[in-house]
Write a new protein. Sequence first.
Lengths: 355, 355
Amino acid sequence: MKIAVLPGDGIGPEIVAEALKVLKVLDLKFDVEAAPVGGAAYDAHGHPLPEATLKLAKASDAILFGAVGDWKYDKLERHLRPEQALLGLRKHLGLFANLRPAICYEQLTHASSLKPELVAGLDILIVRELTGDIYFGQPRGRRSSPDGAFAGAEEAFDTMRYSRPEIERIAHVAFDAARKRNKHVTSVDKANVLETSQLWKDVLTEVGKQYADVTLDHMYVDNAAMQLVKNPKFFDVVVTGNMFGDILSDEAAMLTGSIGMLPSASLNAGKQGLYEPSHGSAPDIAGKGVANPLATILSAAMMLRYSLQQAEAADRIESAVQSVLAQGLRTADIHSEGTTKVGTRAMGDAVVAAI
Amino acid sequence: MKIAVLPGDGIGPEIVAEALKVLKVLDLKFDVEAAPVGGAAYDAHGHPLPEATLKLAKASDAILFGAVGDWKYDKLERHLRPEQALLGLRKHLGLFANLRPAICYEQLTHASSLKPELVAGLDILIVRELTGDIYFGQPRGRRSSPDGAFAGAEEAFDTMRYSRPEIERIAHVAFDAARKRNKHVTSVDKANVLETSQLWKDVLTEVGKQYADVTLDHMYVDNAAMQLVKNPKFFDVVVTGNMFGDILSDEAAMLTGSIGMLPSASLNAGKQGLYEPSHGSAPDIAGKGVANPLATILSAAMMLRYSLQQAEAADRIESAVQSVLAQGLRTADIHSEGTTKVGTRAMGDAVVAAI
Ligand SMILES: CC(C)[C@H](C(=O)O)[C@@H](O)C(=O)O
Ligand SMILES: CC(C)[C@H](C(=O)O)[C@@H](O)C(=O)O
C-alpha cells in the first residue's frame, strides 16, 4: 500500500506533519512518498499540479492532502492557481464522491454560532458529487453575446451538466451511507428552475426505489440553505451536485462550530481516495505553530478506513482524538475558558500519546 | 399611478389583503387592480401567468405580489408550475435588481437560530441579479451526452451566462445602495472555478473604481455561506448573481430569525417594481388566519418608496410596524413568552390603528 503525501500551502505542511506522526506510531505497513502541490508546486516547478505529482497520486492507494492557496497567487492566470491542483486531481483520478461529515463535537458545542440546543449532537454527512456539474462542463469561456437584449456585448458562460450514470453512482454512495446511519437521504436540487436538477431529481427517485429501507426527500437548494440554519438536525445524509455541495457543505461545516475538526474524503469507483481537512490553507497563521491538526489527523483516519482497509487503526485515531478533547486540550481556534491552549505540535503529540 | 395586485396561492391572498387595508388607510391616489397568478391562475385559466395578468402587470407602476406554489401543482410540467409566473414576470418586465434586506428586528433577536450577540442589530442588504445567469441562459435541455466518460448516456444541461452590461447595471445598484448605508460592498462569486464569475469579478472591480468612497471586497460563494453564519455583521451590501443570490438571500433571511418580517423589491431600469414577502406561500397554514402579514405590509412600504415616490407614506408604514412590535403583538411564527399572539387580520388592524 502506498500513500502520496501532498502538504501544499499555508498551514498544509504543519498539519500534515502531525497526521504523519500519528500514522507512524500505528506502525502499519505502507510506503509514504511526498510531493509538492498547489502554490508550493508552482513556485518550485511552475505548475500547481506537476506531472510527477499527478503520477505519484495515480500510482498511490490514497492521497493525504493538506491545503492549497495563498493570496500571493491571486494574480496568476486561473489554470496556474493553486486550487487547480485540487480540481485536476479530482478529475484525473475520477474522485467523484466527496464525503463531508458535519459533526458537532460535544465539547465544542459552545463554539457554534448556533444556539447549543440546535447543534448539540449534530451529525450530518454531506455527499457531494465532485467531478461533474458546472465545475467541468464544456463549453465555457468568453465570447460576444450571441442573442438577447445585450447581443454583441462581451459575455462569459459556463455549462452545468450531469449525465444519468454520473447521478446514479453518487446516489448509490448516498443511499449506501444512509443505510449505515439514520436511513434518511435528502437530495438537494433546483428542479423548479434547472433542467440538470430535474434529471438529478428523477434519477434520485429511481435509485431510491432500490433502497426501500431509506427515506428519500427532495429539497430545493435555497430551502436547504435555510433549513440548515433553522433545524440542522433534520438532516442525516444530504446528497447534491458539485456546485450546491460546495456551498452547503461549507455552510454546514461552519454551523457545527467544529470546522477545525472536520475531515473529508474524495473517492473514486475503486477504493482510491484523497483525504483532506474541510478547512482551508489559512495563510494568515501559517508557520506560527498554532493551526489545529485534528481535521487532518481525522482525515488520515478516514483514509485508513476507506482506502487502506485498516478500520481498526482508524478507530484508534478517532478515540485518541476524543481523548485529547476530553483532556481539555484545544488549539487556538477551538479554545475557550477552562481548557488548555496548545499549539499544532503539542496537539499532535497528545494524539500520539493517547494512542 | 396604478398597482397590480397578484395575491397568488397559499397564504398569499390573506397577507395581501392586510397590505391593501394598510394602503387604503393612507388615502393615497392610485388605482388598484387584482389578477390571478400562480396555481390559482392555472386553476382558473390553465396557465400560471395568463396573458391578461401579464398585460396588467406591464401596464402598472408597481406589482404587489403575495406568494405562489403549492404541493398540489408538483406533478405539472415545469412550464405550468406556479413559480413560472414569478420567473415570467421578472423576465418580461426586466426586473433585474432584486433587493432583499436581511434585518434582525430588535424584538425578535431571540427568534434567530444564532446567538443573540451575533445577530443583534444585523442589517444586510442582498442585491441579487434577477434576470440572467443559469436561470435563463440558453441552451438548456436534455440530450445524449456528446462527450466524456459517459458519451451516449442521457444527460441534462443548463447554461450560466452573464454579459458585461448586465453585470454593470446590477453593480451600480449595489454601489448606489451602499453609498446610502455603510459604504461596503461584498461581491460574491466563484471566480476560482467559473468563467462567468471571473467576468463578474472583473466588472465589479471596474465599476467599483467609480465609487471611491465605497469599500469593495470579493468573496467566494462557499466562503460567503460560511461567513454569514460565523460573522454576519461583517456584511453591509452583498451583490451576487441570480443563482448564488437565491441561496445566500434565503440563508441570510433565515439567520435573522425575522423571516416573517422581510420584504423584497424587484426593480427594472425604470421605476417599475414587483414587491413580495421573502417567505413563501406556506400552503400548510393557508386559510387559517395565522400567517404573518408584516413582510407583505413592509413590501407595500418598499413599493411606495421605490416605485410610487411616496417615501413619507412608506415611513409611516414602517413606523407603524415598529409600533405594533413594541406593543408586543406577534403572529404565531414570531410569538414568544410575554408577548400577545394575534392572527393575520388582527395584526393588519393593529398596523392600521398605529397609522
Ligand atoms: C478550491 C475550490 C476549487 C474547491 C471547490 O470549490 O471545490 C473548494 O472550495 C472545496 O470545496 O474543496
Ligand atoms: C420560486 C423560485 C423560482 C424563486 C427563485 O429561485 O428565484 C424563489 O426561490 C425566489 O427566490 O424568489
